[in-house]
Design a binder for this molecule. Structure first.
Ligand code: ADP
Ligand code: ZN
Ligand code: ZN
Length: 660
């Protein structure tokens, strides 16, 4: 047997591993530390693969000296995490190591301290009675068990963050370290100020707009002990802390916590695994927990802690009203503003209060079609309609394709092509027309492309340099603007465009978050939800602002249809540019594994075309495998890949796994 060994555990050395012979008397597994001859001396290395054949002339291969005592270094912890991820998410260990291990990149000039001055220490408020009680209970619970996981469920503005800060204080006082995950978008501004203000000089940050060098620097600060707290999005889970005391995942339901590239890991699960390896508690927090985690709370797998009231005295949850846009049409109002919303905005302008308007589509018009032949202009590479932008360009929001809007229909040549629907750019234009005196900020994928733009827009709004902030869902996440007393949802039915079983959950979360932006200070808040389909059950549930009612309804629905979390399901997305080849290969593979599926009492559904069947010139089909047992699903996944590759010998078909 031969072992592949890496000597220096870092991202860059993964491809530089060495092959050694494993003496017959030694038994080794992947992840084990070993002592090896290296150069003229000896070195410690880690086994990252065991193979029967060497890829090297055998006579040149040296023997491993001996296995080393199992240890609990952070390197070993991260290596074990990568090994677990490779198995769990069906990717190579190499890919996982590249995700997990820190990059050792030397930066020439260390980044200067940020432009924003974190000089103002952020004083801790005295906790209210409800917070006190919950904090105490959490502290107790975290001491009781070895690696407990807990869910802090609290309405928007109930003071969850304040409790995280107290728990962090506890850890730092004990000399322990903390990983604190917050969604990318909230990172840019307030949360960051708040955390850095509370723990000046002790915090490192990660975010996606950082260069590799800057990221490496933050990670190095964690490794060297210079800081004890890492605040960041999902990649912060891999902080090289050796004495981890707590992992916090705020806004646990956030979709960005799931990696979009392989390994497609779910931060929730990786956090738990890391917690288990580091023997530290994991705390999830949310005002709208995912159905999955709430189910776990119900089953006692996660301990539930609840905050029912807003923290600021005199601040209450806002009043919600649902507006039927069809009635407005009947009454002759063709504007995208219902009378009620228009009046509500005007009132805010008069009183000097602020408004947030949420519109789920960017660009000017989401569709362009021909009134003569009825064809809409679609992306030539994807099954989606092109969005018209203010600059006259048609854009595909999925692949980036763009071209100038033509004068004549490319299908029939008529000149009757016209845009339909409203995106944020058009909403901005309409706002200027309807509220000529208002100062307006727009925040969406188009206005925040440049580094620092998020911060700038949020900062300007926080400093009341604008009356209205309008934009896509990035404006409803986590921000705390005490002067905002009105939130308008322009077209709630847009939230149901998705066809998957999680669409309702997603819509409920967005609506609750959006509503949570109103009335956070002492001024009472109001939320107006406009929709052409007000009869949607989720809208009614969101109106009630009752998560439990929503959860009960969702639970019934999923139980009845046997959707997760009431069944385990693996979605396998298979994509390739030739439709026929793809279909044929899948058909053959499914035939090959039928017998095994039956034996394991697993069900297979599909292949179904993906919601967007053609994307970037690739056709995408999805197969679902359903089985109660996680381990059997993993085995069947491996079998599927093995059998598929027997047909698709050149590995042309790309696979993506989603464990639901
Ligand atoms: P959440 O994380 O649940 O949204 P936060 O911790 O951000 O809630 O609290 C919401 C607002 O209430 C913030 O402005 C925060 O400073 C304030 N706050 C939190 N706890 C208290 C408290 N005990 N006394 C006064 N203000 C508080
Ligand atoms: Zn036409
Ligand atoms: Zn496209």
């Amino acid at each position: 047997m031969f072992a592949k060994v890496i000597v220096d555990i870092s991202h860059e050395s993964i491809d530089k591993c060495f092959t050694y012979r494993v003496p017959t008397e030694i038994s080794l597994s992947v992840g084990d530390p070993v002592l090896i001859p290296f150069g003229r001396g000896k070195k410690k290395g880690y086994v990252i693969g065991i193979e029967e054949l060497a890829d090297f002339p055998e006579e040149k291969i040296k023997d491993i000296f001996s296995p080393l005592e199992k240890e609990f270094s952070v390197e070993k912890q991260l290596l074990d995490l990568a090994i677990w991820m490779a198995e769990e998410y069906g990717t190579t260990l190499n890919q996982c190591l590249k995700t997990v291990l820190p990059v050792k990149k030397k930066t020439k000039n260390r980044t200067k301290p940020g432009k924003i001055q974190y000089g103002n220490p952020y004083p801790a408020p005295k906790l209210n009675a409800e917070q006190e009680e919950v904090l105490f209970a959490m502290q107790e619970y975290f001491q009781e068990e070895e690696a407990p996981s807990a869910l802090l469920f609290g309405v928007t503005g109930s003071g969850k963050t304040e409790l995280y800060l107290r728990l962090i204080e506890d850890c730092l006082a004990k000399g322990k370290e903390v990983i604190y995950l917050i969604p990318e978008i909230s990172l840019s501004h307030q949360s960051r100020m708040r955390v850095e203000g509370r723990f000046p000089g002790q915090v490192a940050i990660l975010h996606s707009k950082m260069s590799q060098g800057e990221r490496a620097e933050s990670m190095e600060k964690c490794r060297s002990g210079e800081v004890k707290l890492l605040l960041g999005p999902r990649s912060a889970l891999f902080a090289p802390f050796s004495n981890l005391g707590l992992i916090i995942i705020d806004e646990e339901q956030e979709r960005s916590y799931k990696s979009e590239t392989a390994p497609r890991y779910e931060s929730r699960d990786v956090a738990r695994k890391r917690g288990e390896l580091a023997k530290c508690p994991v705390l999830f927090g949310s005002a709208t927990p995912s159905v999955n985690i709430f189910r776990e709370a119900e089953e006692g797998k996660v301990r539930l802690f609840t905050l029912k009231n807003r923290a600021v005295e005199g601040s209450f949850l806002p009043k919600l009203t649902l507006i039927d846009l069809r009635k407005e049409l009947e009454e002759g109002n063709r504007s995208i503003f219902s009378k009620a919303l228009e009046e509500a905005v005007l009132k805010r302008l008069e009183r000097g209060e602020q408004t947030i308007l949420f519109m789920n589509r960017r660009g000017y018009s989401p569709f362009v079609s021909c009134r003569k032949c009825g064809k809409s202009l679609n992306c030539p590479h994807c099954d989606v309609s092109l969005t018209l932008h203010k600059n006259g360009m048609l854009q595909c929001h999925y692949c980036g394709y763009s071209r100038k809007l033509e004068k004549n229909c490319p299908n029939c040549g008529s000149s009757y092509i016209s845009p339909f629907g409203t995106g944020t750019e058009k909403l901005e234009k309409i706002c200027h027309a309807v509220f000529p005196k208002a100062r307006i900020l727009r925040m969406d994928g188009d206005t925040t492309g440049k580094k620092g733009k998020y911060e700038e827009i949020l900062q300007d709004f926080a400093q009341e340099k604008a009356d209205i902030l309008l934009g896509t869902q990035m404006i409803v996440k986590g921000h705390d603007f005490p002067k905002v007393t009105l939130v308008g949802i322009m077209a709630a039915e847009q939230l149901f465009f998705q066809s998957d079983f999680q669409a309702r959950e997603y819509a409920f979360q967005i609506l609750t978050q959006a509503a949570g932006r109103a009335g956070r200070g002492k001024l009472p808040g109001e939320v107006l939800i406009q929709s052409y389909r007000p009869e949607e059950e989720v809208l009614e549930l969101a109106m009630e602002q009752d998560y439990f009612a929503f959860y009960q309804s969702e639970k019934k629905f999923r139980q009845r249809l046997e959707y997760p979390p009431f069944a385990r399901m693996l979605a396998i997305q298979c994509s390739y540019q030739e439709e026929e080849f793809l279909s044929l290969m899948l058909e053959k593979t499914i035939k090959r594994i039928r017998g095994k599926l039956e034996k394991e009492q697993a069900e297979l559904f599909g292949p179904f075309p993906a919601t967007i069947y053609k994307l970037k010139d690739n056709f995408r089909k999805i197969i679902y495998i359903k089985q109660e047992s996680h381990d059997i699903i993993i085995r069947l996944r491996n079998l599927f890949v093995e059998e598929l590759r027997k047909e698709d010998k050149r590995s042309l078909i790309q696979l993506q796994f989603d464990l639901l």
